[in-house]
Design a protein around this ligand. Structure first.
Ligand SMILES: [Zn+2]
Length: 173
């Protein structure tokens, strides 16, 4: 394991019961506001923005629990100037589930685009897919740097609504 892999365990009520040692190192490297002390005992869903994304994750958790099989899905967790290609893997540990998030690779976002995160998020803004991080603009789902180069998005977006795009919805099946 390295800083590019973090994992945590949730119980049958989706409460976070344990996090990997890498978690705190990763949290501190990224500003330190979300260390293990502040997340253990909370619901996983407290940390997921937007009902569509919560539903997406819930389906994967339910699938893993009912089928007793691991599930993995690629997703993106971009920063303003970096595309971070991630993988989430869910495995059964008795009645608990272990969720492991692994950084596969990165690419620059050029030019960079800033988005509000977490509880800064307010609805009625630009739709952004929580899973692939593409944005919906002028009838198309586009990577942010492509949209920026085409002049379809500003360098800083103040209002965003996190949803799941049709392609990512279809990947659930
Ligand atoms: Zn998507």
């Amino acid at each position: 394991m390295s800083l590019s892999t973090v994992s945590y365990r949730i119980d049958r009520d989706n409460l976070i019961v344990d996090v990997s040692e890498e978690w705190d190192r990763f949290a501190i490297a990224n500003g330190g506001s979300c260390t293990s002390h502040s997340i253990i005992g909370h619901s996983l869903f407290d940390f997921i923005s937007g009902d569509p994304t919560r539903m997406f994750v819930r389906v994967l958790l339910d699938y893993c629990r009912h089928m007793r099989q691991p599930v993995s899905r690629p997703y993106r967790c971009d920063s303003p100037d970096l595309k971070r290609f991630m993988e989430m893997k869910i495995t059964c540990l008795g009645d608990d589930l272990l969720l492991t998030h692994r950084l596969l690779r990165t690419e620059p976002i050029s030019p960079p685009v800033n988005f509000p995160l977490g509880d800064e998020v307010v609805g009625q803004g630009l739709n952004r897919c929580s899973i692939c991080n593409r944005i919906f603009t002028f009838g198309h789902w586009l990577d942010v740097d492509l949209a920026r180069r085409r002049g379809l998005v500003e360098p800083s977006v103040d209002r965003v609504e996190y949803v799941v795009c049709p392609v990512c919805q279809a990947s659930q099946k």
